[in-house]
Design a protein around this ligand. Structure first.
Ligand SMILES: Nc1ncnc2c1ncn2[C@@H]1O[C@H](COP(=O)(O)OP(=O)(O)OP(=O)(O)O)[C@@H](O)[C@H]1O
Ligand SMILES: [Mg+2]
Length: 246
């Protein structure tokens, strides 16, 4: 497998304390990497620095050997990096289809698309996440699970190489969780998209992730195969009293 993303000595400071401190790891093409850790560990900050929504204060990030850090978010998006944020970002007054079309038009790795092409991609993406029959519905009528799937469709409509997911399974019931796990697995298996996925829902992480990276106070506590990492005494200690039971 070839290396897709390289994060080297990533540091992010908001004022004094570092939210990320010397974070170094690589992600192979086609891998599903889960990033876990207690609240405030720096997980969202890590995804945001990869997506260009926050700037590193030191270190570097590259995609297939080209530097990403320092680029504005839209250029990182055009390199094929799509992000689904912790809080859904869809336009509530628009329909699901309109949202997906916007995702295709402005999020495409191949640059600006024609409206026609964008519509085709939007339909495909909505079909992929099982929302075809809701395409005409205003997003304001969607529940949390449907909103998350729509966010995923918006990201997929841009045909990304790397998908950054921030707690997309929080607050779902068991059936919704199963459906979400299935979709993320299919995104990788069928579309070949590499996934970096921040998650607190450990049941889902253990089911889906191939490798886990644990952050604590902005530093890397452990990295490796899920079963090994979760046996690591330092990880167990960091998690005691945190939300690992979810
Ligand atoms: N824009 C910001 N300005 C100041 N501090 C910030 C900012 N964003 C994040 N932080 C701080 O950086 C640290 C890491 O935050 P981050 O949101 O990355 O954590 P997280 O691991 O995603 O937590 P959670 O599990 O609660 O989502 C926290 O101490 C947070 O307060
Ligand atoms: Mg977060």
């Amino acid at each position: 497998m070839s290396l897709l993303l390289e994060v080297d000595g990533a540091e992010k400071r908001f004022g004094g304390l570092p939210a990320l401190d010397g974070v170094t790891f690589g992600v192979d093409e086609g891998e599903i990497l889960a990033v876990v850790g207690p609240n405030g560990a720096g997980k969202s900050t890590l995804l945001k620095t990869i997506g260009g929504l926050e700037r590193l204060t030191a270190g570097s990030i590259s995609l297939s050997g080209s530097k990403l850090d320092g680029l504005p978010p839209y250029r990182i998006r055009h390199r094929g990096v799509a992000m689904v944020m912790q809080t859904p970002q869809a336009f509530a007054s628009m329909t699901a289809r309109e949202n997906a079309v916007l995702g295709a038009m402005f999020g495409s790795a191949t640059g600006l698309l024609s409206e026609r092409e964008a519509r085709v991609r939007a339909e495909e993406a909505l079909g992929f996440v099982g929302l075809s029959d809701r395409a005409e519905d205003p997003v304001a009528t969607f529940n949390l699970h449907q909103l998350r799937f729509l966010e995923l469709a918006r990201a997929l409509a841009g045909h990304p190489r790397l998908l950054l997911l921030d707690e997309v399974m929080a607050g779902l019931n068991d059936a919704e969780l199963e459906a979400s796990i299935g979709i993320v697995r299919t995104v990788r298996n069928q579309l070949g998209v590499t996934v970096i996925w921040v998650e607190h829902v450990m049941k889902a992480v253990m089911n889906l992730a191939e490798r886990i990276l644990v952050l604590d106070f902005g530093t890397m506590l452990a990295e490796g195969a899920p079963a090994d990492v979760m046996r690591d005494p330092s990880v167990i200690e960091a998690y005691l009293g945190s939300s690992s039971s979810a």
